[in-house]
Design a protein around this ligand. Structure first.
Ligand code: MG
Length: 236
């Protein structure tokens, strides 16, 4: 999983650098596709329940699961890039949200709060603790900065399968939920909205939107729970 995580981090970093005004999301997907193949790994999402691409590209009010296509990125957009890779039988999964050129103050605040809520969740993941400790830290951090957390989509266990138990909600109560054990691998992935937490699904059956069409951001890391703190497997 460390190797898969390293590959995910490398590929996401290369795709992230490609986010510029004028590029299409399909071009970003091509970059990811080439880079993952070069590394002898397989894109986890491609073909997963019929998903047609290697990365999810979710722009502005799109929350997650956006399908790459001919849409051209323009200055001021924000885009979530979500990517998973399988290497030697194990998956890792991560996401980042980045701005296209100059973005609004609200967009910057939302991105910072989402990144920060992920860090808060990771810091709360300790052996002997409960999953609710992680969930509540993410929620408290996000809501304290004036944003809402998506309820219908959550993080997950990860390993030989892309999505394993337990589900990792971005909201919850400290001390509740499954016991966290050394050696567990989890994908934490807060999705924060500028307005309502409610979402709806587009006609393509994949793309998730905010119900009020306000901005949404998404960050994700795959972590390994350890005694001295969690190891982030999808960081360079
Ligand atoms: Mg995930």
């Amino acid at each position: 999983m460390r190797q898969a995580g390293r590959i995910v981090a490398e590929v996401l970093e290369i795709v992230r650098k490609g986010v510029l005004p004028g590029i299409t999301t399909l071009q970003l997907d091509d970059i990811a596709d080439n880079e993952v193949k070069k590394r002898g790994a397989v894109a986890s999402f491609k073909g997963y329940r019929g998903f047609p691409a290697s990365i999810c590209t979710s722009i502005n009010e799109e929350v997650v699961h956006g399908i790459p296509g001919n849409r051209v990125l323009k200055e001021g957009d924000i885009i979530s890039l979500d990517f998973g890779a399988r290497f030697d039988g194990f998956h890792s999964d991560a996401a980042v949200t980045v701005g296209v050129g100059k973005i609004s103050q609200t967009a910057r605040n939302l991105i910072d709060a989402t990144r920060g809520s992920l860090a808060a969740g990771i810091a709360a993941a300790r052996p002997g603790g409960r999953l609710g400790d992680v969930s509540s830290q993410i929620q408290t951090y996000a809501e304290g900065r004036g944003f809402s957390v998506v309820r219908e989509y959550v993080g997950h266990g990860i390993g030989r399968d892309l999505h394993e138990d337990p589900q990792v909600p971005n909201f919850g109560v400290p001390g509740e939920g499954p016991l966290l054990i050394k050696g567990m691998t989890l994908a934490l992935e807060p999705m924060l909205n500028a307005g309502t937490w409610r979402t709806s699904v587009a006609d393509d059956k994949w793309t998730v939107w905010t119900a009020d069409k306000k901005l949404s951001a998404h960050f994700e890391h795959t972590i390994l729970i350890g005694e001295g703190g969690s190891e982030i497997l999808t960081r360079l």
